[in-house]
Design a protein around this ligand. Structure first.
Ligand SMILES: Nc1ncnc2c1ncn2[C@@H]1O[C@H](COP(=O)(O)OP(=O)(O)O)[C@@H](O)[C@H]1O
Ligand SMILES: [Mg+2]
Length: 261
């Protein structure tokens, strides 16, 4: 039997300690083990402050673990890498640049110029997020939902192998959120990637994920990993599936019954 392929993202006994503003140590993560297979979609849920964003920053190479190891494609993470795209809770667009220039900004920043092929891809992404007529607008001429779509398009421009999303839809209204979830599923289906998605919404995690990692309150630990056996492609019908509602309820009970230590 061939050996199982090594994981794309591998957190091994990761502990992260910070020094808080009063000088006392804060253990944000303790002994976190987490492995993601290629093209897997995994959500992290858990109470505020349990270290979800810290996990993303470790994977992104923006932070080095206090102890333990983070590996990507079987190599230790030592610095931010090109194959990773990141989307934050807020759109983080540059207000003085047009929408199109915002999408191509990482290329401009890195190489000092934007290739024709990047421009073509940026226009394709704009069309994919339904904003083909907005390329020359400034961010503040767009709604919050539209701005977040632009941020997502920007993270996808170099077609990253890994996409890290930190509560990307949490500032959006419920309808836009569902729409964006389906859009993300479409993108992931069209150009598969390994995704780590942080959310507070159990429903969102269920709709999107192959697995859901439930984290416990500080110090953040992996409390449970739940497989989501719902068939793909997931659609509006998935939301109406009684198994979906049942699973959402089960996870809710599980998350709420977990008392902080
Ligand atoms: N740079 C930092 N300095 C000090 N404390 C930090 C720093 N970054 C995060 N923390 C603390 O670590 C804990 C986990 O933070 P975070 O990963 O942002 O949690 P979450 O995203 O789950 O809400 C929190 O208590 C937070 O205050
Ligand atoms: Mg966070």
């Amino acid at each position: 039997m061939p050996a199982a392929p090594s994981p794309v993202i591998d957190l091994n006994a990761v502990t992260q300690t910070f020094v808080s503003s009063d000088g006392s140590p804060v253990t944000a993560l303790q002994d976190v083990d987490l492995r993601l297979r290629r093209h897997e979609f995994v959500s992290l849920i858990g109470p505020s402050g349990c270290g979800k964003s810290t996990i993303l920053r470790l994977i992104a190479g923006l932070l080095r673990p206090t102890s333990g190891e983070v590996r990507i494609f079987d190599l230790p993470v030592t610095e931010p890498r090109d194959e990773i795209g990141m989307v934050f809770q807020k759109p983080t667009l540059l207000p003085w640049l047009s929408v199109l220039d915002n999408i191509t900004f990482p290329m401009k920043h890195k190489y000092g110029r934007v290739d024709e092929k990047d421009l073509v891809r940026a226009r394709e992404l704009l069309a994919m997020i339904g904003l083909q007529d907005f390329g020359h607008k400034r961010p503040d001429e767009l709604s919050g939902g539209m701005q977040q779509r632009v941020s997502i398009a920007r993270s996808l421009l170099h077609d990253p192998e890994i996409l890290l999303m930190d509560e990307p839809f949490s500032a959006l209204d419920a309808l836009t959120r569902d729409e964006m979830s389906f859009e993300l599923l479409r993108i992931w289906n069209e150009r598969p990637k390994t995704v780590v998605f942080v959310t507070h919404s159990i429903q969102e995690a269920l709709l999107l994920s192959d697995r859901i990692v439930v984290m416990s309150a500080r110090p953040g630990r992996v409390a449970d990993i739940i497989d989501v056996p719902l068939a793909r492609p997931r659609t509006l019908a998935t939301l109406a599936d009684p198994r979906f509602t049942q699973m959402a309820n089960d996870i809710r009970v599980q998350v709420f019954s977990r008392k902080p230590e």
